[in-house]
Unconditional design. Structure first.
Ligand code: NDP
Length: 792
């Protein structure tokens, strides 16, 4: 061995502790007791709970349990502040955000040390990652504030936002929530996690110090009940939540029917895929970061290693060797890799999950050359092998330093394993073959994909999940848009009578068979006409009660068949945008060719001249054919050696329940944007006048629309909507109907957290050309950010 290698082999690290005296002095200055920060002032402390240093078990401070009355007070303050704050020019608001960014940089070390004391994360992470990213977030959004009117014309802030954050990145999650909210002109009430509230309280002081107007930012500490009180408060216009999928679902249910905006950033079980041609040493270093960063308490942790079988043995051997060199210990030591878990309860939870995994056959490797500190919440890094996809450790989010490893043979198998999860937050791909990596990236169902890198985050790049990892994005343009809504939405009026006045059926004066043969309007599933499973039909009446036709009474089975057909047709999403555009143009052409017949059908069902409605429907198909190859993504340029391609992807299978009025346009206005963006659709046409759409399948059949891309199920809107909402094979659901049924749809959608849009009993005039643009396009899509190494 040469001399230098020898030195490295024998080199002993000495401790390199960061001093905590300033952070301790700050706590002492507050007598280690905090109230809430409401309306720019500190409240007296009430009933308290302790916040501890998880590395030592020592108490750091007492925090106040936020009550419903506290939330009320905070909402009143935020409401009063909203008017003047949102009326400021973007430049004025931007100046405040800039001042916050500067203040965070000036006090960066205090924030870092306090974060590490409270959370247990290594100081090198809080110092080099968390706090710099917090400052970056406020800088980035200072710019958005100023450019908002130009970039989001005719949009307004929600109003008062309730924000609930977890304990894994306390100040960073605060920044992700508060910066865009304030830039947009909202005011906020934020509840930090019970274990880690201290940096949020220090942040409150920064708000005071820079002279942020009172009530714009309110921080209320507390536990789960305080979060519940925020979610339940009628004076809050939008909820933004980061945390567990379980609580995310409960919040979806609690906000159903309230009209509150909602974004959910939830759990994950992200795959880390290593192909045989990867640079193995880099992939191992990446993996260390993916799973042991922040002790694995990261929603996007690369916790499922999928390694190609041909290199599995070599990779695992190297990985074990690398694990032996990780240092676990005092988080304030600058050379420590793995600090303390956030709290004893988390350690117990992880041990319990590991016990279950072992009982199911898992083998666990933990380096035996390391000793853990004799107090505090420490765990060794662990590697789990001998598992199948059904093992608890593979299926559940562990949120700890536990990596599970499985192997695959082919790229197809890698994709199948990667997607075999209810989550869809992030994924990492390692390969020196850029063709392979870029072939796999679009096939992974996740909101973020890192190629030959991992855990890259930036304010300019959206972050958020697919499937049960939630919806909405934080960061980037999408994240900014999540705190704004179209100005016209607040002027919507209730739909007077969503189903129209009831019509009594009556016998026709003339025998219909005098003019034409009996017609049977079928459903349309998987490119074929289908009879209703129920064997029942429902009558379609003219406005004066004459029976003008019958359609099938769709049921649960028909919806199941339609969803199956729509899932089988998902190849539509990878058809080129140009092809989708051509097909939509062709649909328009074929509909136009039969315009008189369709106009007559509208008249028969509604009594109104249908000429304009058909013309508008043709125009709408044209509009979205035009959008198919134009509503696309962006390339972000984060301050890292990478670009992030923000790819616009369809939701997948979309359920659409059309309004009762405008039998043709009501469906086309929703169907066209969904199809343009590559979704496949289960369409429930107008409950009252479905014949325009049962006629439409003849047009669909002659327009090259692939089988299963559009499926039509007739029947009762609310009943079929409920089945669609409960179906786990449906990724999104748009529902036009009354407020009660809309609430039901939102509630029932919580099972797989499908993205919903409901009309909530309000009148959306779908003939309006404002619906020809991005309103529905944005709802038909989600953005996947693919990080690609780039540049010097
Ligand atoms: P939670 O989802 O319970 O907590 C997140 C935040 O929501 C906290 O501020 C919490 O308050 C608050 N909260 C809890 N219950 C409710 C409720 N019913 N309504 C409104 N707000 C509520 O996560 P936990 O901290 O309990 O962690 C449990 C597990 O969740 C972890 O082990 C991990 O697996 C996962 N998790 C995932 C995260 C992610 O980003 N994906 C982040 C955090 C946790 P309080 O802290 O006082 O309980």
């Amino acid at each position: 061995m040469n001399k230098i290698a020898q030195i490295f082999e024998t080199l002993e690290y000495g401790p390199a502790p960061e001093a905590a005296d300033q952070a301790i002095a700050w706590l002492d200055q507050h007598e280690r007791r905090f109230g809430h920060f409401i309306n720019g002032e500190w409240t007296a402390s009430g009933t308290t709970f302790a916040t501890d240093n998880p590395a030592t078990g020592e108490k750091l401070a007492d925090l106040t349990e936020g009550t419903a009355a506290d939330i009320d007070q905070a909402v009143n303050a935020a409401r009063a502040a909203f008017g003047p704050w949102s009326a400021l020019s973007g430049y004025e608001r931007g100046k405040y955000l800039y001042a916050i960014a500067r203040a965070i940089q000036k006090h960066a070390r205090l924030f870092s040390v306090l974060e590490t004391l409270d959370n247990g994360k290594p100081i090198h992470e809080s110092r080099d990652i968390d706090i710099p990213l917090v400052a970056r977030h406020f800088y980035h959004h200072a710019g958005w504030a100023q450019h908002l009117q130009r970039e989001f014309p005719d949009h307004v802030p929600y109003g008062v936002c309730g924000q609930i954050i977890p304990w894994n990145f306390p100040l960073l999650m605060l920044a992700w929530k508060i910066a865009p909210a304030l830039a947009a002109g909202n005011t906020v009430i934020l509840k930090p996690a019970e274990f880690t509230s201290l940096t949020a309280l220090l942040f409150a002081e920064i708000c005071q110090r820079i002279g942020l107007p009172k009530g714009v930012v309110n921080i209320v500490t507390g536990q789960g009940e305080t979060g519940q009180a925020i979610v339940a408060h009628a004076g809050i216009d939008k909820i933004a939540f980061t945390g567990s999928t379980e609580v995310g679902k409960a919040i979806r249910v609690a906000t159903a029917g309230t009209g509150k905006g909602l974004s959910l950033e939830l759990g994950g079980k992200s795959p880390y895929i290593v192909f045989e041609d990867a640079d193995i040493d880099s992939a191992i270093e990446g993996l260390v970061d993916a799973i042991w960063f922040n002790q694995g308490q990261v929603c996007c942790a690369g916790s499922r290693l999928l390694v190609q079988e041909s290199i599995e043995e070599r990779f695992i051997t190297k990985l074990k060797k690398r694990m032996e060199t990780l240092r676990v210990g005092d988080p304030l030591d600058k050379s420590v890799d793995i600090g303390a878990m956030v709290a004893p309860v988390q350690v117990e939870r992880i041990r319990d999950l590991m016990g279950r995994g072992v009982a199911e056959g898992a083998l666990i490797y933990e380096p035996d050359n390391m000793t853990l500190p004799d107090r505090g919440c420490f765990l060794k890094p662990a590697l789990v092998t001998n598992v199948s996809p059904a093992n608890t450790l593979v299926a559940e989010e562990i949120f700890g330093p536990v990596l599970v490893a499985m192997s695959f043979r082919t790229p197809e198998e890698a994709v199948a394993l990667a997607n075999n999860t209810k989550y869809g937050l992030a994924a990492t791909i390692w390969s020196e073959n850029i063709n392979l990596a870029l072939d796999i990236a679009p096939k992974i169902k996740a909101g973020v994909v890192w190629i030959n890198g991992t855990n890259n985050f930036d304010a300019a790049v959206g972050f958020g999940g697919y499937k049960e990892s939630g919806f909405g994005r934080e960061g980037g343009r999408e994240g900014m848009g999540a705190y704004l809504r179209p100005a016209w939405e607040k002027d919507l009026k209730p739909f007077p009578s969503p189903n129209g006045e009831p019509i009594e059926p009556r016998e026709s004066a003339t025998n219909p068979l005098d003019t034409h043969l009996d017609q049977t309007a079928k459903m349309y599933i998987g490119g074929k006409q289908a009879r209703p499973d129920s064997g029942y039909t429902r009558r379609v009446l003219s406005p004066n009660g004459e029976i003008i036709g019958e359609v099938g009474e769709g049921n649960r089975k028909d919806i199941r068949n339609a969803v199956e057909a729509a899932r089988a047709a998902l190849g539509w999403s990878t058809t080129s945008a140009h092809s989708r555009a051509q097909i939509l143009y062709f649909l328009a052409e074929n509909l136009d060719y039969r315009r008189d017949e369709f106009a007559a059908r509208i008249k028969a069902q509604t009594g109104e001249d249908g000429t304009d409605e058909v013309a508008l429907s043709v125009e709408r198909l044209f509009a979205f054919a035009g959008w198919a190859d134009k509503y696309d993504g962006a390339v972000h340029n984060p301050p890292l050696r990478a670009v992030a391609a923000a790819m616009v992807e369809p939701l997948g299978v979309l359920g659409i329940v059309a309004p009762p009025s405008r039998p043709l346009l009501g469906s086309i206005a929703l169907l066209a944007p969904a199809l343009a963006m590559g979704n496949t659709v289960v369409l429930v046409p107008s409950v009252r006048s479905p014949l325009s759409i049962t006629d439409l399948y003849q047009v669909i059949e002659t327009s090259d629309v692939p089988s299963g891309v559009v499926n039509i199920v007739t029947g009762d809107s609310a009943t079929l909507a409920k089945t669609l909402a409960e179906h786990d094979g449906v990724d999104g659901l748009w529902f036009v109907g009354d407020a009660q049924a809309s609430a039901m749809v939102e509630k029932a959608s919580a099972g797989n957290l499908k993205q919903t849009w409901t009309s909530r009993g309000l009148y959306y005039n779908l003939a309006d050309r404002r619906f020809e643009g991005d309103y529905f396009l944005s709802k038909a899509t989600q953005v996947k950010n693919v990080w690609i190494p780039y540049g010097a």
